[in-house]
Ligand binder design. Structure first.
Ligand code: NAI
Length: 625
């Protein structure tokens, strides 16, 4: 075979090569011309005892096949002796495969210091000792290939292997840094996370699998990485049973917060969905890559004129990608005196995206398709629906959450977020929502009224799709208790809407589920613990967590869409309602609806059946004809 990857004149040191994977490496490299140091302490799988038989057997196998090998019986903890054995036998060293290993599996609760220490000493310290002794030789000759043996347990964690996984992930870190330090001298280091049948796995895997997972399926990757033609370094591979794949770190886009302001745990909680989102991943390869977003946030601060109170006006990377029409967040130089100064304030635009799963989750969280025998709402929850998958129009009320957190940073509007009450919501759809989209949200404080004890803040949020077309407009009326009395206008009085003096034209009645709020918080991004945590709800004076007002809003919107618009979102122009009372998850929402003569407006009101209390009042849906 002319193209065979050969190892003639190369010397390979393989630790723990008396059996299992190490033996397979030794046989393969020797068969391709390498001189091999077969190291093995020859003890038990738990690292007890020692013996020469294991290493001797493999050396005999190699010699019988015409190869060249010597045995070494030292523990890897005595790395320099093993390296010396290579120099004594062959006069050089090119390849170091750190493979020796033992197990001391036990739950962390029961793990002794000895269990911890022994594993650390064989796997991580042993690999250090061997590699450290080999390092100057490899560097000086300008050639070296090093393998560290990690494990899926190290990459992902595994019950009973706290000691082992810690050491195994340590080996990955070691390989990565040696790759950086060795690259200029052609000393390359990689890590593998193998899966193979051996005495290590025969106690946990069925015999057929142990037999099938032959170490010979792992050895070729190791040989390739050790060959002079491979320039791979600093990488990690999962390998076993005829499958080889590189593994790397993935990082989400993350959330950016304004610098200069106090960052609170509530800020983190409010934006958890972004922190935990992998829709726009990056794959950092170096610490510089890792720090890049941090540096970007710091630079953003430096480039923007500070607000009067020293706060950087914008903080989100999306600022760079959003359409350039708004002058975001402050940039004002006049002194901030109170809430009136916040009127006209524009938030830093934020970019988000959603996909089919988010659309379905939202619909489920507002009670869609609760009846398995009724297919009418399948198009909102099932992307393969024959009737054409589509978002519920009220899905768009979740959009403002992407930037609502910024309200606590608006100059003149300093307040405790716990004192914010959602008064009313208005949503207008400019076109039906796509089934997936990348969105840019722009928010502005439209007005602020002085209601005496509270400030009423009107927050407008416009949402655009990737082409720049406006999709939806939200207006939220927010009461901030304790912030009134600043001398502003009282604003329009919030008189109630008169309902027709006749029986409703349609009524929709649906029980919410006990976990409705837990579902809605996932679909909406509204992670307020008031809707999830009994202790938090109790502190707020509620016997248990309450349903999000916008969840009830979603139930009502669905009811109107179905009763008067044939479940066609294109017919749904706008919806407005006032939040009158709370609903407890598990209670039944009854929505009464009245259509006007022209068929363009539907008035509605939602009650909670169990307590006969109005929970949504002043409800109006405008329909497109
Ligand atoms: P194995 O038990 O057949 O081989 C390990 C060898 O290391 C044994 O021959 C043992 O005598 C030797 N050894 C133990 N302590 C030593 C010491 N202090 N000095 C020198 N030699 C010593 O097990 P296997 O499966 O071949 O494991 C090889 C490596 O692969 C280990 O590092 C293991 O943690 C790792 N690994 C194996 C997996 C598998 O599926 N077999 C999965 C993930 C990692």
């Amino acid at each position: 075979m002319t193209n065979q990857l050969r190892f003639d004149r190369r010397v390979a040191l393989i630790t723990g090569a008396g059996g299992g994977l190490g033996r397979a490496y030794a046989l393969l490299l020797a068969a391709r011309g390498a001189s091999v140091v077969v190291n093995d302490l020859g003890g038990s799988m738990r690292g007890e005892g020692a013996g020469t038989a294991a290493a001797d057997r493999v050396v005999e196998e190699i010699r019988a096949a015409g190869g060249e090998a010597v045995a070494n019986y030292d523990s890897v903890e005595d790395g320099p002796r093993i390296v010396q054995a290579a120099l004594d036998a062959f006069g050089r060293l090119d390849i170091v495969i750190n493979n020796a290993g033992i197990l001391r599996d036990v739950s962390f609760q029961k793990m002794t210091v000895d269990d911890w220490d022994k594993i650390y000493r064989v796997h991580l310290y042993g690999a250090y000792q061997v590699t450290r002794a080999a390092w100057p030789i490899l560097r000086d000759q300008g050639y070296g290939r090093i393998i560290m043996t990690s494990s899926a347990a190290g990459l992902y964690g595994n019950f009973g292997q706290a000691n082992y996984s810690a050491a195994k992930l340590g080996l990955l870190g070691l390989a990565q840094t040696l790759a950086v330090e060795g690259q200029k001298r052609n000393v390359l280091a990689n890590a593998i996370a193998p899966l193979a049948g051996s005495r290590m796995t025969e106690t946990i895997l069925p015999p057929e699998l142990v037999a099938a997972l032959r170490p010979e399926y792992v050895a070729p990757l190791v040989a390739y990485l050790c060959h002079e033609s491979s320039l791979e370094t600093g990488h990690t591979f999962e390998v076993g049973a005829g499958w080889v794949a590189r593994v790397r770190w993935q990082r989400g886009r993350g959330a950016f917060f304004p610098l200069g302001d106090a960052l609170t745990p509530e800020d983190i909680a409010a934006r958890w969905a972004e922190i935990d989102n992998f829709d726009e991943p990056t794959y950092p390869e170096t610490p510089t890559d890792s720090f890049a977003p941090v540096v970007a946030n710091l630079q953003r601060k430096a480039e923007q004129p500070p607000t009067a109170d020293g706060r950087p006006p914008t903080a989100d990377a999306a600022t760079e990608t959003a359409p350039a029409s708004a002058t975001s967040g402050g940039g004002r130089s006049s002194p901030v005196s109170g809430p009136l100064d916040a009127i006209g304030y524009e938030f830093a635009p934020v970019t988000t995206n959603y996909r089919e799963k988010d659309v379905s989750l939202y619909a489920l969280s507002v009670g869609a398709a609760a009846d398995a025998l009724d297919a009418a709402e399948l198009p909102f929850v099932y992307e393969l629906s024959g009737d054409g998958f589509r978002p519920l129009p009220t899905f768009a009320v979740t959009f403002p959450f992407a930037l609502l957190w910024q309200i606590t940073a608006v100059p003149g509007l300093r307040f405790n977020p716990a004192l914010l009450l959602h008064g009313e919501q208005f949503l207008e759809l400019h076109r039906p929502l796509p089934t997936k989209a990348t969105l840019t949200h722009r928010a502005r404080i439209a007005d602020i009224y002085d209601k005496g004890s509270a400030a009423l803040v009107l927050l407008d949020v416009d949402t655009y799709d990737e082409t720049g077309a406006k999709l939806a407009s939200n207006r939220s009326s927010l009461f901030i208790r304790g912030l009134g009395g600043f001398g502003g206008e009282r604003g329009p009085s919030g008189g109630g809407l008169a309902l027709p003096d006749r029986a409703p034209d349609a009524t929709h009645r649906q029980a919410t589920t006990d976990n409705q709020a837990l579902l809605y918080r996932l679909s909406s991004g509204d992670g307020n613990p008031l809707h999830a945590d009994p202790a938090f709800a109790a502190a707020g004076g509620f016997p248990r967590p309450i349903l999000h007002g916008l969840c009830t809003f979603g139930f009502a919107g669905r009811a109107v869409l179905r009763a008067f618009a044939g479940n066609d979102p294109a017919r749904f122009k706008s919806i407005k309602a006032r939040f009158a009372r709370h609903v407890f998850p598990g209670e039944t929402i009854v929505t009464d609806m009245w259509q006007d003569e022209e068929g363009q407006r539907v008035l509605f009101q939602s009650k909670v059946a169990e307590r006969d209390e109005v929970v949504l009042s002043n409800g109006v849906v405008e329909l497109n004809q």
